[in-house]
Design a protein around this ligand. Sequence first.
Ligand SMILES: [Zn+2]
Ligand SMILES: [Zn+2]
Length: 415
Amino acid sequence: MSTGLLDFQTDRDAALKLIDWFDIDRVRAARILVVGAGAIGNEVLKNLALLGIGNVFVYDRDTIEMSNLSRSVLFRSSDAGALKAAVAARRMIELNPSVSARWQAGDVTLDLGLGVFRTMDVIIGCLDNREARLHVNRVCWKLDRPWVDAGIGQLNGQVRAYRPGNGACYECAMTESDYRRISVPCGAIASRYASEGKVPTTPTIASIVAGVQVQEALKLLSPEVWTGRMISGREFVFNGTSCAAAFVDLPVREDCPAHDTLSPESILELPKASATVTTCGELLAAARSELGEGAVVDLNFELAVDLRCPGCQSVQRLLRPFRKVYREDLECEKCGRQGYVVTTHTIGGTAEDYEEDFLGLPLAAIGVPRFDILTARGDGGMEVSFELSGDGSGDLGWNGGTETMEDQEAANART
Ligand SMILES: [Zn+2]
Ligand SMILES: [Zn+2]
């Protein structure tokens, strides 16, 4: 191969350009969402920066602790207390200034709008819990986006890749007892102070699985080139204890509840709609003008409306996702007895046991994230989904120009 046109002194991509399958224009235009900036996420993000993936969105809810430093190539001791997503994005840009790295902090199951997923080519999951994987999987299937999952122990790890419509998804392997373990019955609401289990892992297995994940993500950018040579629908298992590797086929579950995909035509972009401005009532009105007067809007979470006290009968407004209600919140403000929570899944439903007096509030006031996609149902079973596209053109989108990290930090602080 002639290398006469490549300048190894000044072109940081010169070596990559020698790789015949490496489609540099595709890689520069790629949009990848990385959920989780822990041990695996650090290695994934480092690889994406070195490869020059054009647009990376980093999402994580945690702050940096000193104990993270043994497994996190992007973090320094001076970063302790800072948001993992913010620091990781900044370090990616230091590694490779041609990368546009954006970030947001929150709980992926509640706070990341589905519109963010919809703008992505590939989602890479660097997660440590089943609930988050289940959520990412359902969203990816709903919006027809491929995703690559990984898990690690101390020496062993696994990578799975999922392509909607092509074989198994993450949820296909879920058993009854798996579902029982993640469901949160009312009587078992977690304490705000519950500490999460810390699983011991090593940077070595994190770098092994992250390398495989990023290679599979590269293939998923051009799946037609890699037919039959991807992990898709299978699990790659690396047994570091014996240094052996294997593939496991993942069976498809016919009645898997995750396989519903929204047809792209059923998603209406609302360019002026924003979670912080558009009210619940305005979205309901849009749904009813499309689907008739009986239409309701499904929320993507269970909304805790009221806390009712069985003692003094007082009613206290909660108006936030049920999963953000903690045991400490259940105590009646007036008499101290334990109250119970009234919930709903819809806006505009038959609100017999509570007053739907929040229709004048912005969607964000009840917990709908920016750039979300909500599905409305009409009487005849017709469905239309609405994207709050107004949130996607600024700090969450890819078309807002080159913002500085300070701008992004300010934008994150506002939410
Ligand atoms: Zn499935
Ligand atoms: Zn009371």
